[in-house]
Write a protein that binds this ligand. Sequence first.
Ligand SMILES: *[C@@H]1O[C@H](CO)[C@@H](O)[C@H](O)[C@H]1NC(C)=O
Ligand SMILES: *[C@@H]1O[C@H](CO)[C@@H](O)[C@H](O)[C@H]1NC(C)=O
Ligand SMILES: *[C@@H]1O[C@H](CO)[C@@H](O)[C@H](O)[C@H]1NC(C)=O
Ligand SMILES: *[C@@H]1O[C@H](CO)[C@@H](O)[C@H](O)[C@H]1NC(C)=O
Ligand SMILES: *[C@@H]1O[C@H](CO)[C@@H](O)[C@H](O)[C@H]1NC(C)=O
Ligand SMILES: *[C@@H]1O[C@H](CO)[C@@H](O)[C@H](O)[C@H]1NC(C)=O
Ligand SMILES: *[C@@H]1O[C@H](CO)[C@@H](O)[C@H](O)[C@H]1NC(C)=O
Ligand SMILES: *[C@@H]1O[C@H](CO)[C@@H](O)[C@H](O)[C@H]1NC(C)=O
Ligand SMILES: *[C@@H]1O[C@H](CO)[C@@H](O)[C@H](O)[C@H]1NC(C)=O
Ligand SMILES: *[C@@H]1O[C@H](CO)[C@@H](O)[C@H](O)[C@H]1NC(C)=O
Length: 434
Amino acid sequence: MKLRFHFVLIATILTSFILYGGLYIYLFTNVSFYFDIMKRTAGIQNRKRSPYANTNILLDKIRPATVSLVSCRKLFDGDPLEMNTTYKLMKNVTHNDIKDMEYINLTQNCSSFRMMRRYITNPLDDVEESFPLAFSIVMYKDVYQAERLLRAIYRPQNIYCIHVDQKAVRGVKEAMKCIASCFENVFIASKLHSVRWGTLSVLDAELSCMTELLQKHKSWKYFINLTGQEFPLRTNYELVKILSVYDGANDISGGTERRWHSRWKDAGKPPYNIRPFKGSVHIVANRDFVDFLINNRTAQEFYNWTKKTKVPDETFFPSLNHNPQFGVKGQYNGTKPSHEIRYFSRFKIWTQRTGTGCHGKIVHGICILGIGDLPFLRASYDFFVNKFHWNYQSFALDCMEELYFNTTINEYEGIENFTTSVYENADIVKYAVK
Ligand SMILES: *[C@@H]1O[C@H](CO)[C@@H](O)[C@H](O)[C@H]1NC(C)=O
Ligand SMILES: *[C@@H]1O[C@H](CO)[C@@H](O)[C@H](O)[C@H]1NC(C)=O
Ligand SMILES: *[C@@H]1O[C@H](CO)[C@@H](O)[C@H](O)[C@H]1NC(C)=O
Ligand SMILES: *[C@@H]1O[C@H](CO)[C@@H](O)[C@H](O)[C@H]1NC(C)=O
Ligand SMILES: *[C@@H]1O[C@H](CO)[C@@H](O)[C@H](O)[C@H]1NC(C)=O
Ligand SMILES: *[C@@H]1O[C@H](CO)[C@@H](O)[C@H](O)[C@H]1NC(C)=O
Ligand SMILES: *[C@@H]1O[C@H](CO)[C@@H](O)[C@H](O)[C@H]1NC(C)=O
Ligand SMILES: *[C@@H]1O[C@H](CO)[C@@H](O)[C@H](O)[C@H]1NC(C)=O
Ligand SMILES: *[C@@H]1O[C@H](CO)[C@@H](O)[C@H](O)[C@H]1NC(C)=O
Ligand SMILES: *[C@@H]1O[C@H](CO)[C@@H](O)[C@H](O)[C@H]1NC(C)=O
């Protein structure tokens, strides 16, 4: 009897231990799993994930391999030892590129090309999906570098016009054509110009792309023009957030200082009392403004006038952006002189510019950036950086790529935040024509 009681007691204790223990373990794992999800979704805040892209498998498909041999993270931190090691290493290491012929081969099977080159083929979320962007890329050589740029900025909701110089060698034209053929939203400009700096050809190349971008895609919101040697400092998500804050404002610099007047003096009086401005060649413009440039008769007459000026592309866009009497959305309607206005479209070091030194080499007065410039680039608020040569201090571009894709993924996962406060108070935004 006693023995039996003990047996029952022990059995009960054992059973409950097994039962509750199991329940405890079950609860514990599930609760911590639940907290894990809570933590992840808290970071995402109001970013709604695309139903296509909610697996880590997809993320693994788009994250390129981390740069081997050097630590990009340390280079971005400006770690002197890592810098030294990298400089030494770069004397020995040669970076392999993908040759034009290889691109022609690889693109025979587009789905394997997109997969192998890790293109992002689904919109990452609906904020980005509902804010498509239009890009032009003007290039004449280095398919490998241009393709790396395209791979970074490529999203299926955007549209891309590639203008390959008429003078480019056949392999370049052919390879770019093959790459474009692998994407519905990437095309080669149907009219290719032979681009020479300072001539109308620069403007014509851009205008060809703009015209086709307007025709081919009905809902893009902003236009950004690039060269094949630039690289993004902002992810697509960040661009979308910033440009939403811009609310139509254009980012097109323009000044009318006396020293520029010699460019216009032989052209006679501009039509419609347009006051000429000189600006940089990098533009970020809203769709209405681009439509005005291409389709408005006043703009066309002004274009005819700029044909007679020196370096017409540097006058056409800036002037139309800085003459707010036309009342076109996004134009600058402030009174501050240009050199006091902060523009964000490019990070670029001219040798004349003081304050920030070039850690790379200088070609035609512009800094070709090196690994020593990485810390400064990471801290920059600009949209894109000009410029890199992929085979000059090749780890510089490699690390930019690593940072770009890391940030893209971290923002998607909600591990990293992005705030637009710097842009909200910019003059170009405050004084934009609504
Ligand atoms: C990018 O992410 C990888 C993997 O998490 C990490 O090892 C690397 O240091 C990161 N690179 C940079 C530049 O943050
Ligand atoms: C880096 O190299 C320079 C010269 O090659 C040397 O003077 C300096 O001490 C080195 N710095 C570090 C942290 O190793
Ligand atoms: C560079 O290569 C040479 C010859 O192959 C070798 O002696 C040297 O140690 C290498 N230097 C570095 C930093 O790897
Ligand atoms: C391209 O592919 C063909 C046949 O598939 C091959 O013979 C050729 O070597 C390849 N060329 C390059 C540059 O990879
Ligand atoms: C293209 O590549 C994909 C993925 O690698 C493969 O499944 C498919 O069979 C290939 N198509 C052709 C026509 O070779
Ligand atoms: C611009 O010039 C061209 C060629 O001279 C002419 O055909 C065209 O009508 C002009 N456009 C406008 C809007 O004046
Ligand atoms: C960007 O577009 C402007 C306006 O057409 C043009 O003047 C400039 O050359 C273009 N810049 C680049 C980098 O293509
Ligand atoms: C062109 O722009 C001017 C100035 O904004 C405007 O008065 C005119 O109506 C526009 N023309 C067309 C055809 O949109
Ligand atoms: C430009 O700003 C002035 C002064 O604030 C304002 O009167 C004018 O209406 C603005 N022009 C446009 C086209 O918005
Ligand atoms: C992102 O921002 C939110 C709210 O501003 C903050 O609570 C959170 O800690 C931030 N996350 C990271 C990873 O910085």
